[in-house]
Every structure is written in C-alpha cells, then in structure tokens.
Design a protein around this ligand. Structure first.
Ligand SMILES: [Zn+2]
Length: 239
C-alpha cells in the first residue's frame, strides 16, 4: 500500500491510498478536487474511491467534482452532510481496496459523525481531525468524555501503527505540549525535531501510536476531566 500526502488549502492533507496489486486508488478527505486530481494524474493512477472521515467541508468539498471527473464511489459517515455519498461508514463497516480491508470505528468528539479507518494488517490508520501529532481536534460537536474515549481507542492500537492525520498542526501542538508537560524529555526533543522539519518545509506526518503515547498530552491525560482541562487550555493558548 502506497500512501501519498497531497497538501491542500493552508494546512490540510488529502491522503491518496494506492494498492499496487490491483492498481486501485482511494482518496481520503478530499476537501479540494484539483490537487488530488493533479497528483493522481502525475502518477498515472485513477481514483476509484473517496473515503470521508467526517462532514467538514475542508474534508468533503471535493467529493462532487472528483466523483464527476472519475466515477469514484463515495463512502462516509451517516447523516445528510456528506456530499454525493454512496455508502455509509459506521462502527464495524469496512472499506476495501484490492484485497486490503480497512475497518471503521466511530471516534466522536470533533464532530459527532467522525470515523477512523484502520488497516490492521498494514498498521495504518486514517484518523481525520480526531488525533493530530501531539494534539487533537477541537470539540465542535462532542463532549470531552467522547473525545477522550476516542483518543484512547486510537492510542490502544499496536504501537507501530502509523497515524495519518488531516492537518499539519504539529509545530503549534508541540509548543503547547511543551507548555503543558515541560518535564517530558520526549516532548522537548520532538519539539526541536519538528521545528527543524518545518523550517525545511517538510511534512511531519504520519505519526505513530508509540510517539503519541509518549508526547501527546491529550492521549496521556489520565481521565476525561484532565483531558477537558487540557483542551480548554489549548483553546486559549498562544504559542
Ligand atoms: Zn474537521
């Protein structure tokens, strides 16, 4: 499975998932059709499927144009807000690309409809705006307890699992993590690494379950009350 980051807008990543055996390609969270199309054409691929993690327009805005251009099918959470959806994703659903199977789990918090797509064999997870490297999504619709539980489910995946998040927020998250957890050596050294990567214009993703268990204050919170306190701190934090 080949996974390619396509930058979109100011800090989104659209992920292309390509199965080399079948030649099939899926696009995760295409907020914008043009950059995804350009990237697949450059590689000589064709888009067969679109997978959405949640309804926000910066994740679904390209659905209609991509479907019109390629005939791709659209899979996304239930509810009326996923444009051009063909099939619903909910807890226990599966997506398939070639012979590979991704299972869907519900991870509410950022939105109530948010799902993650897990390829257990490949140790790959598409987590949308639920978990970010050293951070997590804002709580637009869900409760702190829901988001805490969702993050814990992702953190319980095998530690080598690579997590593909939908935004390049790592540097500001790392600054907050250092503020919230200043005695954590792993946070301090990751902040330095991320600063250097961003100075060179490099992507900081994917991250891994192991790294997040070590350096993500929201994953490391002991209970949902501590999580809620950290989330409120982050909402007003200026790095
Ligand atoms: Zn979102």
């Amino acid at each position: 499975m080949e996974i390619v980051a396509v930058p979109a807008f100011t800090d989104n990543y659209i992920w292309l998932v390509h199965d080399e055996v079948s030649g099939e390609t899926a696009v995760v969270d295409p907020g914008d059709a043009a950059p995804a199309l350009e990237q697949v054409q450059r590689r000589g691929w064709a888009i067969d499927q679109i997978w959405n993690t949640h309804w926000h327009p910066d994740h679904t805005g390209g659905n209609v144009a991509l479907k019109q251009a390629t005939g791709a099918t659209v899979s996304g959470p239930a509810g009326p807000r996923i444009p051009a959806r063909d099939s619903e994703l909910a807890e226990g659903s599966h997506v398939r690309i070639g012979d590979r199977v991704g299972r869907v789990i519900e991870v509410p918090g950022h939105t109530l409809d948010h799902v993650a797509i897990l390829f257990d064999e490949e140790r790959v997870a598409f987590v949308g705006d639920t978990l970010f490297a050293m951070g997590c999504g804002r709580l637009f619709e869900g409760t702190p307890q829901q988001m805490f539980d969702s993050l814990q489910r992702l953190a319980e995946l095998p530690e080598e699992t690579r997590l593909y998040c939908a935004h390049e927020y790592t540097l500001s998250n790392a600054r907050f993590a250092e503020h919230a957890d200043p005695a954590n050596e792993a946070v301090v050294s990751r902040l330095a690494r991320v600063e250097a990567q961003r100075k060179r214009g490099e992507i900081t993703l994917p991250t891994s379950v192991a790294e997040e268990r070590e350096t993500n204050p929201f994953v490391r919170a002991g209970d949902w009350q501590e999580f809620a306190r950290l989330r409120a701190m982050k909402d007003s934090f200026r790095s």
